[in-house]
Design a binder for this molecule. Structure first.
Ligand code: FAD
Length: 217
């Protein structure tokens, strides 16, 4: 999948340089409006601006000041409640128990931010419906709709349906016949079906998944 996305961005004119350590970021010697980046191999790149894409840390100062438990984010339960029942948290900043992953996790995706917020808001209003969504991420990149559902265990069995080179494929990751994770490239319908099966705990025949001549139902 990494190779696929790398090729996609390069095909769309993006100059991706891997293992390129930035050693210097200076003002451009001849142009006050530009900057010059120097890499470990001595090569340089002139640019209008630089973006530091170096990850994020949750902003938990307010929660800490309020005395609620913080451990890689604000620690909440299935309803978004902290250890102070009057204080709730959700989204990127919340470390919650994931029913699907069977461990605590802090997810950084808009679907998590939206749906966990719905569960938290309901709980605040007295309707306690636990947040049990399977982790889901999606992004539109050029002509590719990319969706990732569940998790991808290292030893999972891979079943590919469709044709990745043609930018239309679903990668199912199975454990004991059950789908643990799905990566969908321009196949939103198949991802929707997979979500249903995963929520139902169905085991699916590998041959059925990979036979693209028969529609999944
Ligand atoms: C570059 C980038 C690309 C992304 N692409 C995708 C994608 O393709 N697909 C996807 O699913 N997700 C993507 N995400 C992740 C997604 O944007 C986040 O998961 C989502 O925005 C999280 O929502 P949130 O409400 O939890 O947090 P945020 O959107 O971060 O909102 C938190 C808000 O709280 C405010 N705040 C913080 N502290 C205080 C305080 N003490 N008082 C008052 N306000 C405060 C902040 O200013 C901020 O406005 C991307 C994120 C980034 C940065």
């Amino acid at each position: 999948m990494s190779s696929f996305l790398l090729a996609l961005h390069r095909a769309n004119g993006v100059d991706v340089r891997l293992n390129a350590a930035l050693t210097k970021l200076d003002d451009h010697p001849n142009d006050a409006n530009r900057i010059r980046a120097t890499f470990g191999d001595g090569s340089t790149l002139d640019a209008d601006f630089a973006v530091a894409g170096i990850g994020l840390t949750p902003h938990t100062a307010l929660a800490e000041a309020a005395g609620v438990k913080v451990e890689d984010g604000i620690v909440v339960d299935h309803f978004g409640a902290t250890d102070d029942p009057r204080i709730f948290a959700c989204g990127d900043v919340a470390n919650h128990p994931s029913a699907w992953l069977k461990r605590r996790v802090r997810l950084e995706s808009w679907a998590n931010a939206q749906n966990q917020a719905i569960a938290a808001a309901k709980a605040l209003l007295g309707t306690f419906e636990p947040y049990t969504d399977i982790p889901w991420f999606w992004s539109d990149q050029y002509d590719v709709n990319l969706q990732i559902l569940g998790d991808i265990p290292a030893d999972a069995e891979l079943a590919v349906r469709g044709d990745l080179a043609a930018k239309r494929a679903t990668l199912f990751h199975l454990e004991d016949g059950a789908i643990r994770g799905v990566i969908a490239i321009n196949t939103p319908r198949e991802l929707k079906l997979a979500r249903k099966w995963m929520n139902q705990g169905l085991t699916i025949d590998l041959a059925t998944l990979t036979d693209a001549s028969t529609a999944l139902a």
